[in-house]
Design a protein around this ligand. Structure first.
Ligand code: ATP
Length: 295
């Protein structure tokens, strides 16, 4: 069975506040999705609906062709991991993992053991006695070892130190190759994690701003650098994301497909075309009025 996700015209209201507005997209088996958005954009709200922690106010969600809410068969195949408060959790690490094994049909105990050693987690320690980073590692281990067809990490790696996060990224890519499934990774660590994504979804104020293949998205942005007058002439009428000037040299980021025509035009003016990062695109595409004012 393939666990593709289809979301149509999804909306969510908390009393009168509309956290998600008419969101539609499709996610396919075997891909890693990056879910980006400014604080309060609606990422956790959306993920909570996909994982059936919440029910939408309007619209539909279909997973493997059926509505997931209160559907036990589907829900046992969706792992949702977020920054959990484990203050009250007095179980030992090994017991937590045994509990996960019981309700995740694809759980691989051998793989979990390997991950526990990789992340150096003490099996016999109570979960509430672990450091924050170790608790994050436990979340990640539970998520990876469950091998759920849909695995969602909502910033669950945030407390890990940088080397541990890299271990997680490497492991995620390795395991995705051997056991492909849908991963959804919500993150603010855009520049650090962008290489993991097959596709990117950006939420902005509860709306889906874009859903694109990573490579296509990156090829849509570029920086144009050169003599300020020539750069200004070149970018006239194009979608400008940002601009910087140092003396007579100007660099402008634009949002437009990098075609041969553009390359030739820039070349004839002696302008340099450079790539821009997903982080740059994300920052400028989700810029608000107040961030313009603070410039
Ligand atoms: N239980 C709730 N009751 C009322 N409003 C809520 C509730 N949960 C979230 N919201 C609001 O919904 C909006 C979206 O919140 P959400 O947590 O989904 O955003 P997010 O993109 O995950 O943010 P962050 O990056 O800061 O974690 C915010 O304005 C938030 O205040």
């Amino acid at each position: 069975m393939t666990y593709n996700i289809e979301v149509n015209n999804l909306s969510l209201k908390y009393k009168n506040f509309e956290a998600l507005k008419d969101v539609s997209f499709k996610l396919e088996d075997g891909k890693i999705y990056g879910l980006l958005g400014r604080n309060g954009a609606g990422k956790t709200s959306l993920l909570s609906i996909l994982a059936s922690y919440r029910q939408q106010t309007a619209g539909s969600v279909k997973i493997a062709g059926a509505a997931p809410y209160e559907n036990a068969e589907i829900n046992q195949n969706i792992s949702f991991h977020f920054q959990t408060n484990y203050e009250e959790e007095t179980e030992k690490v090994k017991n937590m993992l045994s509990m996960v094994e019981e309700y995740r049909p694809n759980y691989d105990a051998e793989y979990a053991k390997y991950l526990v050693e990789l992340f150096k987690l003490p099996m016999n320690k109570n979960v509430n006695k672990l450091s924050k980073g170790m608790q994050s590692a436990l979340e990640v281990i539970m998520g990876l070892a469950s091998r759920s067809p849909i695995t969602i990490f909502d910033e669950s790696y945030l407390s890990m130190d940088a080397p541990t996060r890299v271990k997680f990224y490497n492991e995620l890519l390795k395991d995705q190759e051997n056991h492909p499934r849908i991963f959804i990774l919500s993150t603010h660590l855009v520049s650090e994690m962008d290489y993991l994504f097959d596709e990117v979804l950006i939420l902005d104020n509860g709306k889906l701003l874009l859903h694109e293949d990573y490579e296509t998205l990156i090829s849509r942005g570029m920086s144009i650098t050169g003599n300020a007058t020539d750069v200004d002439e070149f970018v006239k009428g194009r979608r400008i994301l940002s601009s910087q000037q140092l003396g007579k040299t100007k660099s402008v980021m634009i949002y437009e497909e990098r075609t041969e025509k553009i390359e030739n035009a820039a070349d004839s003016l002696g302008l340099e075309i450079g790539p821009i990062s997903l982080q740059d695109l994300f920052i400028h595409l989700t810029e608000t009025e107040d961030s313009h004012e603070s410039k």
